[in-house]
Design a protein around this ligand. Structure first.
Ligand SMILES: Nc1ncnc2c1ncn2[C@@H]1O[C@H](COP(=O)(O)OP(=O)(O)OP(=O)(O)O)[C@@H](O)[C@H]1O
Ligand SMILES: [Mg+2]
Length: 491
C-alpha cells in the first residue's frame, strides 16, 4: 500500500533486468504442442538431434517411422546434448513432464498425457545467430534426414480427375524401383554429364535464387523403346531421393485440372510425362485470339487473350500444348520449388519445336541402342563379368558387331537373363544374337550412314542453340504456328 503500482512495476522491472544482466545465458523453449497445433520445429529438432554426431547421452530413444527403412535415435526423457554450430555451443535438453490430470470435459480430446519440449540454451550474445541461422539449419537438415529415411513415393493421377477424401488428385504407392546410375547401361561420359547436371541442380538453391530463375529443370529423354528411358527416370529419382509424379495426360480433361495436379505436387519431385508425342495432340495449340492457317484443329480461342494463362475453363476442352507448356514453364510451375520435369518420347521428330526450345527442356538426352561401354556395364551387372575377363577375340567381335546390330539394352538384358546360369553360354548366345541382327540390318541396308551417339549429341546441341535464336520477349515467337523460321529446324 505504500508504493504506488507504477513504482512497484518499475522496481520489478529493474530487478528483472538486473538479473538478466548477470545471466549470460539465453533460453528457448520448443514445446511439442503449441496450443492445439503440433509444433513443426519440435519434430524438426527431434530429427536433427537424432542425427547429431555428438550424441553422447546415456539413454536414447529409438524410433522407426512407417514406411521407413532407417532407425532414428533421439534424446530420451530429460536427457541433454551439446551441439556446435558456426563456433557457437548449444545445449539441448529434452524435458518431459507429466501433464496434470485433465478434467473430464477435456479428456475426450486426445492430448498426449506427457508434455514434451526441448530447451535450447546458448550464450546471450549468440541469440541472433540462433534466430537467424541455426533454426533454419535445423529445418533444412531435418527435411534432408526425413527424406533419406523415408522411402519415396510414386504418384499417379489414374483416377481421372477425381479426388480422394483429402482432396488429393494423386494416388501414391511406395516407390521401390531398383534402377540406379550404376545399373544403367549407357555411355559413361554421358552418364557423368547427367549426374553432374543433377547434382548441380539439387545443390543450386542459391544460384537459382540469385539469378531469379525458378528452381526447376527439364529433361527430354528420347530414343527407341527399351533403351532405358524409364529406367533413367527411376535412377534419377533414386539418386536425388525425389518423389516421382507420373502424369497420365490422357486422364486430364482440362488445363485447369492440370494446374491443380501441379499445385498438389511436393517439392523435391520429378514430374514425368511419358510418351509425350502420344499423349497430347501437338497440333492442338491455342493461340491468344489469333487464328492461323495451320492451326485449324485448335478449339476457338479462349476469352483470355493471354496464352500463357492457359486458363481454359470453358467446359471440358482437352488440354492443349499451351496448357502443357504453361504447366512446365509458366507462373504456376513455380508454386513449389526444386522440381524436375521429364518428358519421354520415342519420336523426337514428332515433337513441336515449341516444346524443344531451350529453357523449356534444359537437356535433351538421347537414349541410344546398346554401345560397347553400355554392353560392358550390362555384362558386369547381369553376369558379374569384368571387361578384362573377356577374351580379346570376343571383345573385338563385340566391338565390331554392337553398333551394327542395333540391339537395345533391354534386348541384351533379355539374352543375358535367359542364360545367366552359364556365363560362357550367355556370352556366346549374345554374340550369336548380335550376328543375326547385324546381318539383318545389313540386308535392310539400315546400317549405312550411321551416326554414333556422340555425334548426335553434338548435333542436338547445335540444333538446340538454333532453336534459341528466334526468341523474342518471353519466347512467344516459337509458339506462333505461322512463323516459317522454325520449319527448317525440325529434328
Ligand atoms: N540403358 C539400360 N540400362 C540398363 N537396363 C536397361 C537399359 N535399357 C533398358 N534396360 C532394361 O530393359 C527394360 C526396359 O527398359 P525401359 O523401360 O527403361 O525402356 P524405355 O526406354 O522406357 O522403353 P519405352 O520407350 O518402351 O518406354 C528395363 O527393365 C531395364 O531392365
Ligand atoms: Mg518407358
Amino acid at each position: 500500500a505504500i508504493f504506488p503500482p507504477e513504482l512497484r512495476f518499475a522496481i520489478v522491472k529493474a530487478f528483472s533486468s538486473f538479473s538478466n544482466y548477470f545471466s549470460t545465458n539465453c533460453y528457448f523453449d520448443i514445446t511439442e504442442i503449441d496450443g492445439v497445433n503440433t509444433n513443426e520445429l519440435y519434430n524438426a529438432v527431434q530429427l536433427y538431434l537424432s542425427n547429431s554426431a555428438s550424441i553422447s547421452g546415456g539413454r536414447l530413444s529409438i524410433t522407426r517411422a512407417l514406411n521407413s527403412s532407417a532407425t532414428t535415435f533421439g534424446l530420451a526423457k530429460n536427457d541433454t546434448l551439446v551441439d556446435n554450430f558456426n563456433g557457437m555451443t548449444i545445449h539441448w535438453e529434452h524435458i518431459v513432464t507429466q501433464r496434470q490430470s485433465q478434467t473430464f470435459s477435456l479428456s475426450w480430446r486426445a492430448v498426449p498425457d506427457e508434455k514434451r519440449g526441448f530447451v535450447l540454451r546458448v550464450k546471450k550474445n549468440h541469440k541472433p545467430l540462433v534466430l537467424n541461422s541455426y533454426l533454419d539449419h535445423i529445418m533444412d537438415r531435418s527435411t534432408q534426414i526425413r527424406r533419406r529415411n523415408q522411402d519415396r513415393f510414386l504418384y499417379t493421377n489414374s483416377r481421372g480427375g477425381s479426388l480422394d477424401s483429402r482432396g488429393n488428385p494423386w494416388e501414391a504407392v511406395a516407390f521401390k524401383h531398383p534402377s540406379t546410375f550404376e545399373t544403367l547401361a549407357m555411355d559413361p561420359a554421358k552418364k557423368s554429364m547427367i549426374l553432374d547436371d543433377l547434382r548441380e541442380f539439387a545443390d543450386g538453391k542459391l544460384f537459382y535464387q540469385k539469378t531469379g530463375r525458378a528452381w526447376k529443370r527439364g529433361y527430354l529423354l528420347y530414343g527407341p523403346p527399351g533403351t532405358g528411358k524409364s529406367s533413367m527416370i527411376a535412377a534419377m529419382a533414386n539418386y536425388l531421393g525425389y518423389d516421382v509424379y507420373d502424369l497420365e495426360l490422357s486422364e486430364v480433361n482440362r488445363n485447369s485440372e492440370l494446374r491443380k495436379l501441379l499445385m498438389k505436387t511436393t517439392e523435391k519431385s520429378i514430374i514425368v510425362i511419358e510418351d509425350i508425342d502420344c499423349s497430347i495432340n501437338l497440333t492442338n495449340r491455342k493461340k491468344g485470339g489469333r487464328a492461323c492457317g495451320n492451326c485449324d484443329l485448335s478449339p476457338p480461342p479462349s476469352r483470355h487473350s493471354d496464352t500463357r494463362g492457359g486458363l481454359n475453363e470453358e467446359g471440358g476442352n482437352p488440354i492443349t500444348l499451351s496448357g502443357l507448356l504453361n504447366f512446365t514453364d509458366g507462373l504456376w510451375s513455380c508454386c513449389g520449388s526444386e522440381r524436375i520435369f521429364i518428358f519421354t518420347t520415342n519420336h523426337i521428330d514428332k515433337l513441336d519445336p515449341a516444346l524443344l526450345r531451350s529453357g523449356r527442356m534444359d537437356m535433351h538426352i538421347f537414349m541410344s541402342y546398346c554401345s560397347l561401354p553400355a554392353l560392358m556395364i550390362l555384362l558386369k551387372n547381369y553376369l558379374g563379368l569384368k571387361e578384362e575377363e573377356i577374351e580379346e577375340t570376343m571383345m573385338r567381335e563385340f566391338e565390331d558387331l554392337i553398333e551394327k546390330a542395333k540391339m537395345t539394352p533391354a534386348d541384351v538384358g533379355e539374352v543375358l537373363i535367359r542364360n545367366r546360369r552359364d556365363k560362357g553360354k550367355a556370352v556366346t548366345e549374345l554374340l550369336k544374337e548380335l550376328q543375326t541382327r547385324a546381318e539383318k540390318a545389313r540386308e535392310k541396308g539400315i546400317s549405312t550412314g550411321e551416326k554414333n551417339p556422340t555425334e548426335i549429341m553434338v548435333e542436338e546441341e547445335q540444333e538446340k542453340r538454333a532453336l534459341e535464336i528466334p526468341k523474342v520477349g518471353n519466347g512467344e515467337t516459337v509458339e506462333n504456328c505461322d512463323d516459317g523460321e522454325d520449319e527448317g529446324k525440325k529434328f
